[in-house]
Structures are given as structure tokens and as C-alpha cells.
Design a protein around this ligand. Structure first.
Ligand code: HEM
Length: 151
């Protein structure tokens, strides 16, 4: 865990340096707005760790785990990693189904959506993701609620 925190601190410093450098470049060459967040999360390995914990939290939660009984979990994890990675400015491309299509016919409730949000929140807590970054990620996920609930 100490190594992770050290890596996060280095990533934060690096991210800030990149942002400062980015300001002196023409708009087209700037890194995406969230690239520093991708670095702070520990890049791809950090995101894989958070997604693993997110799915483990879902699996341990009786309010929602039944939904995933027939799901190909390694595939789901891979899709989630790409989705989160891309959303935080990382060099990944989500190629899975859009959120309406992948949750169609499930009639997912707001309560189930909130339980899933809790699973992510606790995963981010476990890896000591800063509050502001946690809020950014939860806001991105929250924006998907209308595409996931009640379809
Ligand atoms: C912001 C919240 C959520 C995100 C970001 C999300 C994301 C995803 C993604 C990326 C996939 C894979 C799509 C693909 O294979 O192409 C997926 C599938 C799935 N999601 Fe969600 N999801 C969310 C909320 C939920 C909730 C609340 C439930 C139910 C409690 C749920 C149940 C499922 C199930 C069962 C599948 C697998 C469907 C299958 O086996 O084909 N998801 N989700």
C-alpha cells in the first residue's frame, strides 16, 4: 500500500508538471482534460485494481450479485477497465455495448444502481483515491443512471 501511495504522489507531481507544460502548448496538443486523473489513479494497473475491487464488492452484495449470475466476469472486468480508463483521460478505447443496450430488458432499479455506486465508492476508498477524484468518477458514473435504470 505504501508503494501505491508513493506512486500516487509521484503521479500527482508528474500530472501537475504535464498540466503546466500543457498550458504552454497549442490547444490541439494538450493532453485530455482528465489525463492527470488517469495518472493519479496509477494508470492502467491502478484502474485494474479498482475495478477488481469494484467487482468483488458487487459479488459480496446480496442486493445485486444475483444480477451477475450468468455474466462472463473476466469480460465484464475488461470492459469496465476500458470504460473507466477512457473516462479518466487514459489511452484506452471502450469497445463494448453502449449502456442502454447492455442493460436492456433488466429493469434495473434506482436502489440497485445506488448499491452499485456504493461498490465503486468503497473500491475507490480502499485505494485511497482523493475525495475530489472520487467525486469526479462518481459524477461520470452518475451520468449513466438514466441509460441504465428502468431499461
Ligand atoms: C454506472 C454503473 C454501471 C456501469 C458503468 C456499468 C457498466 C457495464 C458494462 C461496461 C457492461 C459490459 C457491456 C458489454 O459487455 O459490452 C455491463 C454489463 C452488465 N451490467 Fe452494468 N454497469 C453499471 C450498472 C449496472 C447495474 C446497477 C447493474 C445491476 C445491478 C448492472 C448489471 C449488469 C449486467 C448483469 C451486465 C452483463 C450483461 C451480460 O451478461 O451480457 N450494471 N455493465
Amino acid at each position: 500500500m505504501r508503494a501505491f501511495i508513493r506512486a500516487s504522489l509521484i503521479a500527482t507531481a508528474l500530472g501537475t508538471a504535464l498540466m503546466v507544460a500543457g498550458c504552454q502548448q497549442p490547444a490541439m496538443e494538450q493532453k485530455p482534460q482528465y489525463a492527470a486523473l488517469y495518472d493519479r489513479l496509477g494508470q492502467k494497473p491502478g484502474i485494474v485494481a479498482v475495478v477488481d475491487q469494484f467487482v468483488a464488492n458487487i459479488a459480496a452484495d446480496n442486493r445485486i450479485n444475483g444480477r451477475f449470475a450468468k455474466t462472463d466476469i473476466p469480460n465484464l472486468k475488461a470492459q469496465l477497465v476500458d470504460q473507466v480508463c477512457e473516462a479518466v483521460g487514459g489511452p484506452c478505447k471502450y469497445t463494448g455495448k453502449d449502456m442502454v443496450t447492455s442493460h436492456k430488458g433488466m429493469n434495473i432499479t434506482n436502489a440497485e444502481f445506488n448499491a452499485t455506486g456504493e461498490a465503486m465508492l468503497n473500491a475507490l476508498k480502499k485505494y485511497n483515491v482523493a475525495e475530489a477524484d472520487t467525486n469526479t468518477i462518481m459524477t461520470v458514473l452518475g451520468g449513466m443512471q438514466k441509460d441504465i435504470v428502468g431499461k
